[in-house]
Design a protein around this ligand. Structure first.
Ligand code: AMP
Length: 398
């Protein structure tokens, strides 16, 4: 693979797989443009070198071929704005004559956006012939779509085989994501603390197993904590519990002990009499949550205990909220943990927030620029932390 920073794109047409899968409202206005913004540095570097750019992406989950609702055409005006006024050309199909002609006549400094890749079923199937057609549009292939790196789709993985080693590379976003994840998983800066939360243990089993090989501390909060607490024989009332994962929870606790990994569960909870923003609440020890009450946030003692561990950590990974942070009454724990991570970061720790709702939480609290790295790739980052090799990464390295 080639190194993006060192590659000179002068006179070359760069075919970039970006992740422009942004949310649109019913007026086709972009309600969150973070994914588009994240790709801008890669595009700018190529244009500044004197290259031209062909962008390909998916948008949504179109089921029956071309549909206006899922057209990338809606993104053109905003993309032009993000590129400081650079005109963005559009091809109404990602392959075929129009795309070929528009790509062929592209001049240095120009940008072409292709129509939604998922208008073709071949994209998600990883079809070789489709990937080959796409590959013909550019001289070099740049993968900057970390959000889909865990999928072996035509444009994210299969396409790479049609480019020689010096003509395929990661874009800046992808490079950042991969190097940040590597820094966390293979850091010599100890202690390494992983903080996991969110609703279900079942979604996080593989991550916990992989982290047991690497972390010094594993902190568990959120709904998933109650399955572990119940497995330890505690009364958890009506809190979230996966009965079929109790044995597994005990296995994980035993493995942690055997490996010398400190496993931290919350001592107390904010319990509520119903799952509702206006529920009655109280602070309760996790030894004995009454019937009819459910833990919807970690309590004050848990915040204190977790904070102590976080503040002495040198490497921190955070995935999943500590409670139902979407509701005002149950966001204190998640906010407090975010604040501790920010404090640890300001003292020199490397902190990565990755995967889904903890990313939403740091954004909501306005703390995204006070941690070391916030990942843009939910599912991809999760699979990375599960220890899997992501097809989009492997394809470039091969
Ligand atoms: P996940 O997608 O697995 O990271 O889960 C995130 C979701 O878990 C968020 O929507 C939270 O509201 C929810 N959650 C966190 N803590 C709890 C809890 N104690 N009980 C129920 N749901 C929770």
């Amino acid at each position: 693979m080639s190194n993006f920073q060192n590659h000179n794109f002068a006179g070359q047409k760069a075919l970039i797989r970006v992740d422009f899968n942004v949310p649109l409202n019913d007026k086709f206005e972009i309600t969150d443009d973070n994914r588009m913004r994240a790709a801008i540095p890669t595009i700018q570097k190529i244009l500044n070198d004197g290259g031209s750019v062909i962008l390909m992406s998916h948008l949504g989950r179109p089921k029956d071929g071309p549909t206006d609702k899922y057209s990338l055409r809606h993104l053109v005006p905003h993309l032009e704005k993000l590129l400081g006024g650079t005109k963005v050309l559009f091809a109404n199909d990602c392959i075929g004559e129009e795309a070929v002609q528009k790509a062929a006549s592209l001049q240095p400094g120009e940008v072409l956006l292709l129509e939604n890749l998922r208008f073709y079923k071949q994209e998600e199937k990883g079809d070789e012939a489709f990937a080959e057609k796409l590959s013909k549009l550019g001289d070099v292939y740049v993968n900057d779509a970390f959000g889909t790196a865990h999928r072996a789709h035509a444009s994210t993985a299969i396409i790479a085989k049609f480019f020689p080693g010096d003509k395929k590379m990661f874009g800046l976003l992808m490079e950042n994501e991969v190097s940040s994840a590597e820094k966390v998983l293979h850091s010599n800066e100890k202690p390494f603390t992983a903080i996991l939360g969110g609703a279900k243990v079942s979604d996080k089993i593989l991550i916990i197993e992989n982290l047991l090989e690497r972390a010094d501390n594993i902190i568990i909060g959120g709904g998933m904590a109650y399955t572990f607490l119940k497995a330890q024989g505690k009364e958890i009332g009506s809190s979230l519990c996966e009965e079929d994962k109790l044995d597994l929870a005990n296995d994980l606790l035993a493995k942690a002990k055997a490996k010398g990994v400190s496993f931290h569960l919350p001592e107390d909870s904010i319990v509520a009499d119903k799952f509702d923003a206006n529920a009655n609440t109280k602070l309760e020890s996790n030894d004995n949550i009454e019937k009819g009450w459910m833990g919807l946030d970690i309590g004050d003692q848990a915040i204190k205990d977790f904070g102590q561990v976080i503040l002495q950590s040198r490497t921190i990974l955070w995935n999943g909220p500590m409670g139902v942070f979407e509701m005002e009454k149950f966001k204190k724990g998640t906010k407090a943990i975010a604040d501790y991570i920010v404090e640890a970061t300001s003292k020199g720790a490397f902190s990565l927030v990755g995967g889904g709702d903890s990313v939403a939480a740091v954004n909501q609290f306005g703390l995204a620029d006070k941690v070391s790295y916030v990942s843009t790739g939910g599912g991809a980052m999760l699979e990375y932390f599960e220890g899997k090799e992501l097809p989009g990464i492997a394809a470039i390295k091969q």
